[in-house]
Design a protein around this ligand. Structure first.
Ligand code: SF4
Ligand code: FES
Length: 266
């Protein structure tokens, strides 16, 4: 897709998923998006279309957004079949219209996954991610004061790994891009982030087991390592996180079996 000519207004045709509510069947609806500046963000383009819909008495297109800076993870949109659109390592809110060209048709849909039911139009319920975090994506062991944290040496490689995985913004693009609708990359990023730090060690096994089991309970698909998640992730989370999650989960499950055998024979 070639970039638009700098400064020249673009005339586009949008095909947008409209769905009144969770029980509505939903359908694609066509809208003109005329006089769009290449310097607008994708969400500003949707704002412009919405202003025109409101002016003409139509209902605006519902879509999620908050920070518009690529940090909150709210702006989940499937754009021309790609999660967050055509630019690598870019959230929908950081995507600019210069990535499209005058006359383009753009297809905009919500994330498609059983565990992310559509609330309205392009807005899906990502509460399943919150429940995975609630299952164990935290450290409850006493970690001391800020001075204690500063006084605890952490190997550079471990600190880098933790920071890389902490970059996950919980957007859900990995689920939307996965043919199995698996949440493994998200869950693995959270598990691997905390598991790389000394403060995360006391709960490491319990955390991995509880979060993976919650992920399965929420109705996400199984991971078969297609790698589409890694390609779609706007924060560059690596499949390596999934390998680490699987190792932690197997170890945690084996420990749980061993503890049960000991308890039964006591
Ligand atoms: Fe989004 Fe990447 Fe986190 Fe998945 S792993 S939720 S794609 S930031
Ligand atoms: Fe916050 Fe896009 S609106 S990441």
């Amino acid at each position: 897709m070639s970039a638009s000519t700098a400064g020249a207004a673009m005339h586009l045709t949008l095909h947008v998923w409209r769905q009144k509510g969770p029980k509505d069947a939903g359908r694609m609806v066509q809208y003109p998006a005329r006089d769009i500046s290449p310097d607008m963000s994708f969400l500003e383009m949707l704002d412009t279309v919405n202003e025109r819909l409101v002016e003409s008495g139509d209902e605006p297109i519902a879509f999620d957004h908050d920070c518009r800076e690529g940090i909150c993870g709210s702006c989940g949109l499937m754009i021309n079949g790609s999660a967050h659109g055509p630019m690598k390592l870019t959230t929908a809110c950081q995507l600019h219209m210069r990535s499209f060209k005058d006359g383009d048709s753009i297809w905009i849909e919500p994330w498609r996954a059983k565990a992310f039911p559509v609330i309205k139009d392009l807005v899906v319920d990502r509460g399943a991610f919150d429940r995975i975090i609630q299952a164990g994506g935290f450290i409850s062991a006493p970690t001391g004061t800020p001075q204690d944290a500063n006084g605890l040496p952490i190997a550079k490689a471990d600190a880098d790994l933790a920071m890389d995985n902490a970059a996950c913004i919980g957007c859900g693009a990995c689920v939307a891009a996965c043919p199995n609708a698996s949440a493994s990359l998200f869950t693995a990023a959270k598990i691997s982030h905390l598991g790389a730090l000394p403060q995360g060690q006391p709960e490491r096994k319990r955390r991995a087991k509880a979060m993976v089991e919650r992920m399965d309970l929420e109705g996400f698909g199984g991971c078969t390592l297609f790698g589409e998640c890694q390609e779609a992730c706007p924060k560059g989370i690596s499949l390596d996180a999934i390998m680490q999650m699987n190792r932690d989960y197997v170890l945690a499950s084996a420990t749980a079996v061993e503890e049960k055998v000991h308890a039964d024979s006591a």
